[in-house]
Design a protein around this ligand. Sequence first.
Ligand code: SF4
Length: 458
Amino acid sequence: MVTDATKTEVGSYFIANYPPFSQWSPDALDDVRAALNAPPRDVPLGLYLHIPFCRKRCKFCYFRVYTDKNAHDVEQYVAALSREIELVSKLPVMGGRPFRFLYFGGGTPSFLSGKQLTSLFDRLRANIRWDQAEEVTFECEPGTLSEPKVHTLRELGVTRLSLGIENFSDSILEENGRAHLSSEVYRSWDWIRAAGFPNVNIDLIAGMVGESWDNWRDSIRRTVELAPDSVTIYQMELPFNTVYSKDILGNQFETPVADWPTKRAWVDYAFNELAATGYRVSSAYTMVRQSGRGPAHAAQSSQNTRHVTFSDEGSQTTSFSYRDNLWRGSDLLATGVASFGHVSGVHYQNQPDWPGYIGMLDRGELPLLRGLKPTPHQLLIREMILQLKTGRLDAGYFRQKFGVEILKAWRKEFLAHQADDYLTIAGDHIELTRQGLLRADALLPVFFEPEHQGVRYT
Ligand code: SF4
């Protein structure tokens, strides 16, 4: 049984990987180097590039970001990142494989000027090609965009533009320390649509400080009006080391974030509204627009809030290659400060601070910090919990890939979630109900090995 602590206390809820990052160590770097220097397994290859600059630090942010760097610093970073790509491109693990997907994340990749972007892409192209990539994602903060920059991104081959709107209320955006205002969203939207990106995603956060039902309804109405290809909604949490968390812990403040049942109700509302206009569930966080289906069909299916209509039931949908490949065990080469990678079944992370990252690249070394070589059983758990976040699991996939009957190995856990009405089981097919989707991350720790139950995640 999953116990839901009602209040949003300081601590991590979202689960991004397994085993937990706190278990990764410099002791495993020999395993990481061995994996990087050996021929690859036959799996898709992706590349993550971390751009760690932001105009302001959001009060809920726990990422490695810099808000005080000037053009000279940015150039130093872009040069270091380009050097890292050069080193990575020569690694045996590349094995001549084309990149299936690229992901520019942050931070704020769109913090770079058009000129800096063109220079970065030129330097990347000196060492790697991504002509065959099915997806190139680029994260943007609305206030950093200009019409020429949006066109530059499209010309540089970005196929999936992800816009961090988070909320449409200026007072909520300001309270939470966001750098942009809603007018900047509307100013950039026409440029984005005119540039013709195949996939435009909007990010929202349910439960920013100051959120209310009236404002949330308004934010969802505005999102529907913009009609993006996908909408990603995270439930606000308070990991350690955010401005809010430090305030709560240091000054004994009461949590300023809405409780979990309220945040789940907000996501539930958003999913229903989006479903009524033709979107389908693509994961516990994402709704994607379905082409070829009208609102009438969608409205009908959205009335049934227990059964969830998923994105590939019936017609063509917007895909998300980065997530779908990564959650099925693909390789992800990580570049940039503090970034996380996974090659040949081995986890690793780069140096987490500026001097360490730049210094190692200046010496011609890969800027590795720590790693972990999961056991085959841990790799199975990793894929199982990550794929469960899509709302569905196919037991046959795990039988074929790992030789394990997951419904037998975790019989008690699956049956407990079923008894709580968080999932259904039909043959090999496991599917989260709407209530399961709304608390997907809380359902995962029961599948962990005993020593990782209750381990701090970061
Ligand atoms: S824009 Fe994103 S990465 Fe930058 S401070 Fe805000 S939450 Fe953090």
